[in-house]
Design a protein around this ligand. Sequence first.
Ligand code: UDP
Length: 380
Amino acid sequence: MSLTVLMNAGPWLSVPPPGYGGIENIIATLVPELRRLGVRVVLASVDSSTLPVDEKISVFPDGQFDALQRPYNQVCGIAQAHLGGVVRALHTRDDIDLVHDHVEAVGLATLAAMGPDAPPVLHTLHWDLAKHPALYGNLEGGDRVRVNGVSASQLARAPRALRDHSVGHVHLSTPLAIDADRRPRPDKSDYLIILGRINPGKGQDVGARLAQRVGVPLVLAGPVGPYHRPEDLAAAGDEARQNPDVRFFYDEVAPHVDGDLVRWVGTVAGQERDDLLAGARASLFPLRWEEPGGTAVVESLALGTPVVATARGCLPELIEHGRTGLLTTDEEELADLVLAANALDADECRREAATRFTPAVMARRYVGLYEQVRRGATAR
Ligand code: UDP
């Protein structure tokens, strides 16, 4: 197949990301599989990205993630500067067949406004969109722009203007799902884990209270705002509290972090992350938001760790209650489910990941969508 895709990863983190980075992880998972299927990939990211691709476009030397804490106009300035590089490339070359865009709002509006000479765009929605309808404005003039969700529930909640441009959803994947069903059985210890950004939506406060109540150790892994290690947060002092996730951590989570039963270990990466996830009795998602795609959910399955969660967002699509995890709509019931999770079979979880969530499954689905979007753009 001869298809050249400009993959717009944005300027925030390198690809693959150094630790935390849901969108960049997905791009790093998708691109090698696309290239295996014969797709040429031009990556628009930052210079420090190390993902092997056919060509790179970048405006910034390295990830601008920390700048996301700055005032909104400065954040937009960075996004616009990055996008300037993408738009210049699209104006000056004619070998790009399709843009696969992962950058929120600003990027989509600009690409939508580029007119019929620009290649068609497939934009992957990564967030809970019901909360941010204004971000997308309208897509008028965006006939060549199509969107896909990362779950059916995310699309169902999306504003009408986006749903009207939708070509369906593609579940997230993880390289861990390759051969997941053939990996040796993990040695489990008696602890729970919540892997994710410390944020009210992810519900670490609920998890911490629950762990104290049932007396099961809980590991909280993930960044608090821009702080990846407990010592960095401690050193930042009071100024750090300007960040809402830092305030949430200090006010709602930290009172339950005793360093013994409940621990915050900061961001974990690589083998350490995988070992921590594989060793847990259950992976806990006491969600307060409609989880759009749930990479960490899929990673848990791939590593043989059943999921105990509130049945929000994409969770019911990813988890089969009673087989790969336990779901409830009642936060109070989570404690009972945690205790019942021991009865679930790690092999069932891994088999599910190896069947439904491999990078190859995700890439084949995207190639299908690329073809659909290109056919639609030609027909219009
Ligand atoms: N992650 C990580 N280390 C951490 C916390 C999170 O590597 O300490 C990764 C996690 O494994 C997953 C991603 O960051 O791949 C988070 O994606 P997810 O879709 O679960 O959540 P989001 O933050 O995008 O809402």
